[in-house]
Design a protein around this ligand. Structure first.
Ligand code: HEM
Length: 307
C-alpha cells in the first residue's frame, strides 16, 4: 500500500510555513537522503506535539526532478504553465523544492522550518519563505470563505492523488503554487454586492449563487470546468492567506492527480471564456510567483533514498 504525504489531503490548520528552495549543487544522492530525512522530521514533530496537528509536504520542482530521480519520471510531469493576457499574468519563479509545513501552532511550524533548513544546508538556497495563517472562519483576506467547494471524504483522495493510471507514482500529487498579492485598497472600494458578484457567492454567509445568477466573470464560474465527457475537473486547494500591515494576499497551493486541472482553470481565469470574459478577481490580485512540483509518495522517497 503506498502512503501519500500527510500534508496533501490534510484538513486546514491555523498556521503554515511555505518554503521554496533552489538546489545549488549536483549531489543528487545526498539530496535523496535528505528529502527522506525531512519526512522523518515531520513524523517526529507530529508524534511529539500531536495536539498541533502537524502535516507536511515535500515536493520536487519539475525541472529538478530530472536531476534528482532521473530513472523514474511521473507520466504527466510538466513545467509551470506560465501565461499572460493583457495585464493578467501567471509568471513562473525559481523553485527546485517546495516544502509546506502546517500546524495549529506557529512555534511548531517555526521549529520544523529551522530544522529543515539546517538539514538541507549547504546544498540549497532558500528562495522564499511565506507564513500563512487562518483568517477568521477560514476566509481569504478579501473576506470570502476559501476552500468550501474542496472535495471531501474519500473523494478528496481520488482528486488529489495519482492512482492506477501511473502505478509507479500512485499516492503522489501534482502541486502548483502561486503567491498572489491583493490590491486591498482597490478591493475595498467595491460594494459588497459587487464583491459577491466577483466570487459568485455571498460574503457573510458564504452561500453559492444559483448557476443562472452567476456572472460569467465570477471566480467560481471561471474555475467550475467540465471535461469533454461532462465530468467536473477538480483539484484540492491548500491555500492560506499571508501578509503584514503593508502586503496582503493568498498563498495558493493546489494538489491534484494530474497537472491539467490547474492549467485549465488558470487559462479560464486569465484568457476567459469563448467571448474573452476573464476572471474579474484578477483585477484585484496578481500572481507574483508560480511553480509546478510533484510530491511523491512516502514509499517512493524512502526507497529512492537508498539508491
Ligand atoms: C488570489 C487568488 C484566489 C483567491 C482569493 C481565491 C478564492 C476563492 C474563493 C473565496 C472561492 C469560493 C469558495 C470555495 O469553494 O473555495 C474559490 C473557489 C475556487 N477556486 Fe479560487 N481563489 C484564488 C485563486 C484560484 C486559482 C489560481 C485557482 C485554480 C487555478 C482556483 C480554483 C478554485 C476552484 C476550483 C474553486 C471552486 C469553484 C466551485 O466549484 O465553486 N482559485 N476561490
Amino acid at each position: 500500500m503506498t502512503q501519500a504525504q500527510k500534508g496533501i489531503c490534510a484538513e486546514p490548520n491555523l498556521h503554515a510555513l511555505f518554503l521554496t528552495f533552489n538546489v545549488i549543487d549536483d549531489d543528487a544522492p545526498t539530496m535523496r537522503k535528505k528529502i527522506a530525512q525531512v519526512l522523518a522530521l515531520f513524523s517526529h514533530y507530529d508524534e511529539e506535539y500531536y495536539e498541533a496537528m502537524v502535516s507536511g509536504i515535500v515536493a520536487i520542482g519539475t525541472d529538478y526532478w530530472y536531476e534528482l530521480y532521473p530513472r523514474s519520471i511521473p507520466q504527466e510531469l510538466s513545467p509551470f504553465p506560465r501565461m499572460s493576457c493583457d495585464d493578467r499574468n501567471a509568471p513562473a519563479s525559481p523553485g527546485d523544492l517546495f516544502i509546506q509545513i502546517k500546524a495549529d501552532r506557529m512555534d511548531i511550524c517555526h521549529a520544523i522550518g529551522t530544522e529543515v533548513i539546517q538539514l538541507l544546508q549547504p546544498n540549497v538556497d532558500l528562495y522564499e519563505e511565506v507564513k500563512g495563517f487562518r483568517y477568521l472562519d477560514g476566509r481569504d483576506l478579501t473576506g470570502f470563505v476559501d476552500g468550501t467547494e474542496n472535495p471531501k471524504g474519500m473523494h478528496k483522495f481520488n482528486v488529489a492523488l495519482v492512482g492506477d493510471q501511473d502505478p509507479d507514482f500512485a499516492g503522489g500529487s501534482y502541486i502548483h503554487i502561486q503567491r498572489y498579492r491583493h490590491s486591498m485598497e482597490k478591493w475595498k472600494q467595491l460594494s459588497v454586492s459587487a464583491q459577491e458578484e466577483t466570487f459568485g457567492r455571498t460574503k457573510t454567509n458564504n452561500v453559492e449563487f444559483k448557476g443562472v445568477d452567476k456572472a460569467p466573470f465570477s471566480h467560481t464560474k471561471r474555475t467550475s470546468l467540465k471535461d469533454e465527457q461532462g465530468n467536473s475537473i477538480e483539484m484540492l486547494r491548500q491555500s492560506m492567506p499571508y501578509g503584514d500591515m503593508t502586503i496582503q494576499g493568498l498563498y495558493f497551493v493546489s494538489c491534484a492527480k494530474s497537472p491539467l486541472p490547474f492549467a485549465k482553470m488558470l487559462k479560464s481565469m486569465i484568457f476567459g471564456d469563448e467571448n474573452g470574459v476573464y476572471d474579474k478577481l484578477l483585477d484585484f490580485t496578481s500572481a507574483e510567483t508560480g511553480g509546478a512540483f510533484f510530491a511523491p509518495s512516502i514509499n517512493f522517497i524512502k526507497q529512492q533514498a537508498n539508491e
